[in-house]
Ligand binder design. Structure first.
Ligand code: SF4
Ligand code: SF4
Length: 204
């Protein structure tokens, strides 16, 4: 979150599909170029995603390697209440041998691997917060998960694009084509105002 305050959501007014937008996503610089260090901490899944993963547990287990545990009881932390999740309950994936339960020895997510093997969309089984990172939804605001970015050694080294440009596929998936078009329009408006502010400051 760019600036975590008690009333974080109150700072934003633009809403798309019931999600507030932090305009810092239009200017923050980012590059994704490592082998998935972000997966070393695990992730919070929504309760519904947790149940969906349990439904496919046997197929998932078949793809696990020797660095992963086939004991399903070891895969998740206890559920906890969290309003940023659709069902109001979040379930964290456990960290086993220094990485998420579902990350294999080659740095691949087994949930994504399974979807690809089945010829499905690559994110069919993947938790939303994995898809969204380096974005996150915090207190109903789509923002940058800079807390997580900052604690990763190999994340965002020598960024050259804005995070909006670098990770737009994820935003399209999250908002859909129509929502993404609205986001692009908001970006244009915001950057025009931003540029105007820069020019006014320079003229002072
Ligand atoms: S988001 Fe960051 S940590 Fe994750 S793969 Fe990209 S560069 Fe690596
Ligand atoms: S579920 Fe997959 S993408 Fe998400 S943290 Fe675990 S290994 Fe990474």
């Amino acid at each position: 979150m760019a600036e975590e305050t008690e009333n974080f959501a109150e700072k934003f007014s633009k809403k798309i599909k019931n999600v507030l937008i932090d305009p810092n996503i239009f200017t923050y610089k980012f590059v994704c170029s490592c082998q998935g260090e972000c997966c070393n901490f695990g992730v919070y899944t929504d309760l519904k995603e947790y149940y969906n993963i349990l439904l496919i547990k046997d197929k998932v287990k078949q793809l696990f390697d020797e660095t992963q545990s086939k004991k399903v009881k070891k895969w998740f932390e206890p559920p906890e209440e969290d309003e940023d999740f659709e069902s109001g309950v979040a379930v964290g994936t456990e960290v086993i041998k220094g990485k998420c339960t579902f990350l294999d020895r080659d740095g691949l997510c087994t949930l994504q691997k399974l979807a690809l093997i089945e010829g499905e969309h690559k994110w069919k089984y993947k938790p939303l917060y994995c898809i969204l990172f380096p974005f996150t939804v915090y207190e109903g605001v789509l923002t940058i998960d800079d807390e997580h970015i900052d604690r990763l050694d190999s994340c965002n080294v020598n960024p050259n694009l804005t995070i909006f440009e670098a990770v737009s596929e994820e935003l399209k998936y999250f908002f859909g084509e129509d929502g993404f078009a609205e986001l692009e329009k908001y970006r244009e408006e915001y950057l025009n105002e931003y540029q105007l502010g820069v020019e006014e400051n320079a003229a002072k």
